[in-house]
Design a protein around this ligand. Structure first.
Ligand code: XIL
Length: 311
């Protein structure tokens, strides 16, 4: 995949989420990961729960090991994620001064990885289309209002001026309320000159109702281009036992990304069914799945061929 992607007239990143546990324990996983991708996302290792277990106490070892693996194999790192309402240490949920906690976390973490990661998910999953303002009223919002989003991007830009900064969201690649709310949010951020560079569309397809047609996805990419934003497919997986359907979804999605000038990369959420699509460090050895382009035996599936052909 990586060889093909790098030969494109306009190369796009082709990647996977990786987890440290199988990277250490599983030679075949490590071999495939090291040769197939040129962009990886740490699946859990850069979430606040893991990076700042106690206030002011940082645990960078596992995330650093992933970054070192990437560097040794000529792979770029898409870092994930600075601000989210999940994967938080308990102390963070109960801290009275949420704004300082958020800004301090961003500053310390983005500074630590500056120069070694190419991109950041600054804010993950801020949308709730059922609220009148389209935003998830999470702990950060409750403390700071909608401004937490702009503040997070400004802090990330200040800490690592060279990183490409993304807002990452799920379920917004379809038409409907989630997309409308996401579009309204990023339009506002751009108008307010908030330093956001792009949007990650997660692209988890759990069942048939989630299957997004190529042209629907393309419309989203173009609408974001018109706002001056990059787009990436950030966490694709397609849960189905029908390998033809799966291959079609993966192949079409990467092809649209290759064709649309503002689409910078395609990342699947893991790559082998051996660990499912959410290879949780806390569930190791993990539960196998069917949503990814390599089999449990690390053999390429039809989805892998479709990705190659889509590039
Ligand atoms: C998931 C991981 O894959 C799991 O291992 C973990 O238990 C929970 O988080 N959207 C995201 C990712 O942005 O961080 C999530 O990752 C999947 C959904």
């Amino acid at each position: 995949l990586r060889g093909r992607a790098q030969k494109l007239a306009r190369p796009i990143g082709v990647g996977s989420a990786l987890a440290i546990a199988p990277l250490v324990a599983d030679d075949r996983y490590r071999a495939v990961a090291g040769e197939q991708f040129d962009l990886i996302t740490p699946e859990n290792e850069m979430k606040p729960q893991f990076l700042q277990p106690a206030r002011g106490v940082f645990a960078f070892a596992e995330a650093d090991a992933l970054v070192d693996f990437a560097r040794a194999n000529g792979i770029k790192v898409h870092a994930h994620t600075l601000v989210w309402f999940e994967a938080l240490p308990t102390w963070m949920r109960s801290a009275p001064d949420k704004r300082s906690v958020m800004l301090e976390h961003i500053r310390a973490v983005a500074t630590h990885f500056a120069g070694r990661v190419a991109e950041w998910d600054v804010v993950n999953e801020p949308i709730n289309q059922d609220n009148p303002d389209g935003l998830e009223h999470n702990l950060w919002y409750q403390a700071m209002g909608a401004d937490y989003i702009a503040e997070a991007f400004r802090a990330a830009r200040a800490a690592d001026p060279n990183a490409v900064l993304y807002l990452n969201e799920y379920g917004a690649e379809q038409d409907g309320g989630r997309w409308n709310a996401l579009y309204a949010l990023v339009k506002k951020l751009r108008q307010a000159r908030v330093p956001i560079d792009g949007v990650g569309l997660q692209s988890h397809e759990y069942d048939a109702a989630d299957r997004v047609p190529a042209e629907v996805f393309r419309k989203k990419v173009r609408a974001l281009a018109a706002l001056g934003l990059k787009v990436r497919v950030s966490e694709m997986d397609v849960s189905t036992s029908d390998q033809a359907v799966q291959a079609k979804q993966f192949g079409e999605r990467i092809a649209v990304c290759r064709q649309e000038p503002n689409c910078t990369g395609f990342t699947s959420w893991g790559f082998t069914d051996r660990y499912g699509s959410t290879a949780d460090a806390n569930r190791y050895p993990p539960v196998p799945g069917n949503a990814l382009p390599w089999t449990t035996g690390l053999q390429p599936k039809r989805a892998h061929t479709a990705l190659l052909n889509g590039l």
